[in-house]
Design a protein around this ligand. Sequence first.
Ligand code: 2DE
Ligand code: MG
Ligand code: MG
Ligand code: MG
Ligand code: MG
Length: 322
Amino acid sequence: GETTVFGKVVKGLHVIDDLEFRSALHSEVNLINFATNYILKKKGKRLRPILVFLSAGASGGITDATCRGSVLIELLHTATLVHDDVVDQAEVRRNAFTINALWKDRFTVLLGDYMLAKGLLLSVEKQDFKFLQIISESVKQITESEIKQMLASRNLDINEKLYFEIISGKTASLFAASCQMGATSARNGTNEQEQLLTTYGMLLGIAFQIQDDILDFTGNSKTMGKSIGTDIKEKKITLPLIHALNKASPNVKREMLKIIKSDSKRTKDLKYIISFVVENGGIEYATQKGKEYLEKAKRTIHSFETSLYLNELSNLTLTLFN
Ligand code: 2DE
Ligand code: MG
Ligand code: MG
Ligand code: MG
Ligand code: MG
C-alpha cells in the first residue's frame, strides 16, 4: 500500500483502511451506525495513525500489532473530537456539522463514550495490554488538561507555563501515545527507541497545538473546515494572546481582558482582539516557539538508523509551519 503524508505519497506505508475502521465501530444500535458513518465520511489527515506506522517502521518493522494500534489511536482521537466539540460548543468540523450540532449534547457524549469503549475492547480482544496502558494514561492526561483549561478560562488566569502544561496533556499526549504504540509494536524495537519516539511525539504534538492555536486567529475557516475565532469566544487564552497580553500596558491588558470576559462578544470585538494579538507580535512569537519545538523533535530522533520512515518523521517537522 501507499499513503499520503502531508501531500507526499509514501510507498510501503499502509494506513488503516476505512472498512476496517468502520467495522471496528459497528453497533447493533442503528443510530450509532448512522452517526459513525456520518463521521467517517469526513476523513481527517490521519496524522496519528501515520505516526504509529512511521514509529514502528523506524524502530525495526511494522507488525500486525502496529495496524491494530493505528486503528485504536484513530478511534480514540475521533472520540476525543466528538467530545471536544461538545466541550467547545463547536458546530462545524471537517466542513460538516458536528454531532452535537445535529443531535445535541446528550447523544454526542454517549457516542464518544461508545467509540472509546469499542477501541478499548479491540485491544482487550487481542490482549494488547501495553496499548491499553498507553491509551489509559493518555486519556487521563487529556481529561485532566481539559479541566485545567476550563478552570483557566473561568479565571482568565493563565501564563506560558500553564499553557504548555495544558497543551502537552490535551493534545501532545496523544501524539506521544501514537509514537510509543508504534515503537512498542515494532518487530525489533528497543526501550531506548520507544522512549525517544515518545519524546518526539510529545514535542511534535506541542508544536501541532501551537499551530492549531495560531490558526484560530489567522486561519481560513473554509480550508480549516471549522470556525475560527472560537478560542477567544470560549475565553481560551492561547500562546499568541498570552504573549500579546504580556507585552501590553496594564491599561490595555485590562481592556482586552474585559472584552474577552464578556459572554456576548460581537464580530467586531473578535476582530479587535485578533488585531491586538497580531500587532503585538503574538503570531510571530508563537510561530517561533512552535519552530523551536519542531527543531527539538527532530534532534530527538537524530540517532536513529536511516530509513524511509525516519525520513518521513523528520519531514513532518519541516512541513508543519510551512
Ligand atoms: C484539541 O483542542 C484538543 C482536544 C482534546 C479534547 C478532549 C476531550 C476529552 P482544540 P480544535 C474533550 C475527550 C475524552 C474522551 C473521549 C475519553 O483546540 O481546534 O479544541 O480542533 O481542537 O477544536
Ligand atoms: Mg477543545
Ligand atoms: Mg475544540
Ligand atoms: Mg483549536
Ligand atoms: Mg485541531
